[in-house]
Design a protein around this ligand. Structure first.
Ligand code: ADP
Length: 649
């Protein structure tokens, strides 16, 4: 019998996630019926607690990475981009409007304001946004300092006053970005996205008219012209990205450079936090990047949303968001490994474990806690068998008290699972989860010595780190958090409440993303969901190319993530150099150089038409130097291969 996958939604939402997963044959977690850990995916709009990362079991995934607040809160993003600008230059980090965090930066803001006035730049506008609000709440635009009034922490940002307009209406782009892993950095951008319009014509002489200056749906849906037919824009206030691409074509615009610039914005923004995000391979993150394009065709980053809205307000929402969530589930690559949950529970007889309040309980401390042990304990473990080292059962005798009952049940359950799953080598689970095969798996099943433990200490560890260990021991990874505790209360931009609030247990074989969800009976997969869609390579000069759709392994055994999963296109790593630069410690400098190079090559495209054979070969080597490693160019409707794209320019 095929195993069933179970999802758990925090606070009963979002409805779209429920709908997509139920359609795919998943079951919804029911607290009354199931054990606390009896689920494969836990989805919530807000941040998870530290303990939820620490206690993750091998078959469980969370929809958030820890500590991404550095880009999802307006003030943190401004601060981090400022830091990167100081380190890597303002020419590179020039994609976000100048911002000041008030009240702290008030003097600096005043100086800039006066400076601009003195230099005669009269028509300078500013936008003031509360740092802890979303959906356009509390935002106003001003020109004169006397109009700046605030009573909480705000950011004042230079207002992009020359936006690209469509029939006089302002718009911005909602780009969906999935970070599959921060270590190594693996980023996908979805082909579909949303274009969000304001519902009244843009007019700088009416700064108070939010329907003309803000593009939030939560605001515009209450505007008087929301339902009216608006010139080219139509009814409502949203387009799909496909429709926008069509518009660009109709205007004869060359989009390649625009898409590449947006691509760069996404990568450069993620680089600001990537080194400090703890490794947690059981997590994914779906960010919503808001991009405004100005008349010069320059894309600007407005903000990054932590929990992009998944409500369905109009047809564009339905078209874009359903596919997005389904593709996200495909990207999570649920495989036979995840059926371990069901197997564990079947062995347990699916009954809640009894807990006798008056008896002492043996509590196993699972998974992660061993990393807080003193060194002496780690050393002792060096002589144990690999299996016990990976999931040590450190038994402590404890008298239960009321508050520990839940915890005790959890631990008892986990240790029960571990006993019943004694045939399963958890290292192999992790290896397959990280989709590391061959030599890497062998490496992963080696006992962890103290040195090996050090190797997974993530980006802040001064020792060399092993990507193999980081990928293959997901449950160990949150030890990276160290003293940097996660603050659940951290406020981030999540607009998710825009309108509502038989499987084989053996994991020895490599798992590929072409394997859909485990419960394949009676499923209605989207055509793109069950297997990766073949890219529709442009006809004409370009020959169709065989590309690796599933992740593969380069000649040096480095795992290459799939180039495309449904509508998600891998945008990082995009060539051998960036793959290498993110393998161990993240080499931001190299990555930036590569982005530069690629953008430069694309920009030069128009002028350099003919290339010598040797130049062509060099370009190919640059992009797919490793056997089987090429990337798709995210952006165009039918994304071409990067190598083909560069051949063309
Ligand atoms: P929120 O989290 O409240 O949605 P945003 O930063 O996304 O805040 O701003 C809301 C809207 O205001 C954006 O969708 C955009 O239309 C407009 N906006 C924000 N910042 C700027 C800016 N610097 N220049 C021009 N328009 C902006």
């Amino acid at each position: 019998m095929a195993a069933t996958l179970v999802f758990r939604l925090h606070d009963r939402g979002p409805e779209l996630v429920r709908e997509v997963l139920l359609e795919r044959g998943w079951e919804e977690y029911d607290e009354g019926q199931r054990e606390e850990e009896d689920w494969n995916l836990y989805w919530r709009g807000s941040a998870f607690r530290n303990s939820e990362y620490y206690n993750l079991l091998p078959w469980q995934r969370l929809n958030h990475h820890p500590k991404t607040v550095g880009i999802t809160r307006k003030d943190c993003l401004a601060r981090n981009l400022r830091r990167m600008r100081a380190t890597f230059g303002s020419a590179l980090y020039d994609f976000s409007p100048t911002a000041f965090i008030l009240p702290n930066d008030f003097t600096r803001f005043l100086a800039e304001y006066n400076n601009l006035r003195l230099t005669g730049e009269l028509s300078v506008y500013w936008i003031c946004k509360p740092v802890d609000l979303s959906r356009g709440r509390g935002i106003f635009i001003f020109e004169n300092m006397k109009d700046l009034v605030y009573d909480s922490s705000v950011i004042v940002q230079r207002y992009i006053s020359n936006p690209l307009l469509i029939s006089g209406y302002k718009f911005d782009l909602r780009i969906y970005v999935c970070v599959k892993s921060f270590h190594p950095l693996t980023v996908y951008i979805h082909q579909e996205g949303l274009v969000r319009f304001s519902t009244e014509k843009y007019n700088l002489s009416s700064l108070q008219n939010l329907y003309a200056h803000l593009t939030n749906t939560s605001i515009n849906k209450f505007g008087p012209f929301y339902k009216s037919e608006k010139e080219r824009v139509g009814q409502g206030c949203k387009w799909t990205m496909s429709k926008f691409r069509h518009f660009l074509h109709s205007q004869g615009m060359n989009e390649l450079l625009l898409w590449q610039k947006i691509n760069n914005i996404v990568t450069l923004t993620l680089l600001t936090i990537a080194p400090s995000v703890p490794s947690c391979p059981n997590c994914v993150e779906l960010f919503g990047f808001d991009i405004l394009i100005d008349v010069m065709f320059k894309p600007w980053l407005l903000e990054v949303n932590y929990s992009p809205a998944l409500t369905l307000d109009c047809q564009a929402d339905i078209t874009v968001k359903k596919g997005l969530i389904s593709d996200l589930i495909d990207l999570m690559n649920y495989t036979s490994i995840d059926s371990l949950r069901e197997r564990a529970y079947q062995r347990q007889g699916c009954k809640p474990l009894c807990f006798h309040a008056n008896q002492p309980t043996y509590v196993s401390i699972p998974l992660l806690s061993n990393f807080k042990e003193p060194n002496i304990q780690k050393k002792r473990r060096g002589s144990q068998s690999p299996q016990t080292q990976t999931l040590p059962l450190l038994k402590t005798l404890r008298q239960p008290d009321k508050t520990s009952q839940r915890k005790s049940r959890h631990h008892a359950f986990v240790s029960g699972c571990q006993r019943h799953l004694n045939l399963v080598d958890f290292n192999k689970i992790y290896a397959a989860r990280g989709r590391i095969i061959n030599s890497n798996t062998a490496a992963a099943t080696k006992p962890h010595t103290d040195k090996n433990l050090n190797l997974i200490l993530g980006p802040h560890s001064s020792t060399n780190m092993s990507a193999v260990n980081r990928q293959t021991c997901p449950a160990l990874a949150p030890c990276l958090m160290g003293n940097r505790s996660l603050d659940v209360s951290e406020l981030t931009n999540h607009d998710d409440t825009e309108t509502e609030t038989e499987t084989q247990a053996s994991a020895e074989t490599d798992v590929s993303s072409s394997i859909p969800d485990i419960p394949q009976r009676g499923l209605r997969f989207r055509s793109s969901a069950a297997s990766c869609k073949l890219p529709n390579i442009h006809s004409g000069r370009l020959r169709p190319v065989k590309i690796p759709l599933d992740g593969n392994t380069a000649s040096n055994r480095q795992h290459i993530p799939p180039v495309r999963v449904g509508g998600f296109i891998r945008t990082f790593p995009f060539n051998t150099a960036t793959l290498k630069a993110s393998r161990h410690t993240l080499d931001v400098k190299i990555i930036i150089q590569e982005l530069h190079k690629l953008t430069g090559q694309l920009a030069a495209g128009q002028s350099v038409k003919k290339k010598s054979r040797s130049e062509e070969e060099k370009a190919k080597k640059d992009t797919d130097g490793e056997e089987g490693f090429d990337s798709l160019f995210w952006g165009p409707k039918d994304p071409p291969l990067l190598s083909q794209c560069l051949k063309q320019v």
